[in-house]
Every structure is written in structure tokens, then in C-alpha cells.
Write a protein that binds this ligand. Structure first.
Ligand SMILES: [Zn+2]
Length: 96
């Protein structure tokens, strides 16, 4: 019962409507990000916030999948701050 409740709580967290819609739209992105999360947990990557943004040298906040979200590039990431990450996203979409 204990275990069942824990699983249910986790299931709810991962299956809210908003999360589901996001995953439906960006399945590749979500998988790539999960790989980074697991790599950090397994100590293969330092958390982004302990590194400096490669673009502006301020504190990084996340890893950018600068080579895209293909399986072989899941851990090809660069630490970036939020503004630089947003700028990169815009540049990639060609609307910068
Ligand atoms: Zn930056």
C-alpha cells in the first residue's frame, strides 16, 4: 500500500495535462533533457548551476542541446544562462 501510494504520487506528477501536452509536442526534447538529468544524477555531468554560461560567463542555469536532440547528441550540451538559452532558441528558430 505504502509503495502503491508513492507510485501514484509520482504518476500524478508526471501525468498532469500540461506535462502531457508538452511531451506530445516535444518528445525528443524531453528525452534529451531526461538523459541530462540522469547524467547529473549519475555524476557524469556537473549540475549546470555550478558552471558558467559559455556565452556570457554568468552563472549557468541549464544545459543547451546545441547540436539538437538526436540520441547521439543527448549529452552534447553546453551550460548557458536563461537569457542566452532563450536567445539560442530564437536563433535556432530563425526569428532572432
Ligand atoms: Zn549567458
Amino acid at each position: 500500500m505504502e509503495r502503491g501510494m508513492r507510485l501514484l504520487t509520482r504518476w500524478k506528477r508526471n501525468h498532469t495535462e500540461e506535462n502531457r501536452r508538452y511531451r506530445d509536442r516535444h518528445p525528443d526534447k524531453v528525452r534529451a533533457r531526461n538523459a541530462v538529468t540522469h547524467a547529473i544524477r549519475d555524476k557524469k555531468l556537473v549540475p549546470a548551476k555550478l558552471r558558467l554560461c559559455v556565452d556570457c560567463q554568468s552563472q549557468a542555469r541549464r544545459y543547451d542541446h546545441y547540436r539538437g536532440y538526436d540520441t547521439e547528441n543527448w549529452l552534447n550540451v553546453e551550460p548557458v544562462c536563461i537569457p542566452c538559452c532563450a536567445r539560442r532558441e530564437r536563433a535556432r528558430k530563425g526569428t532572432a
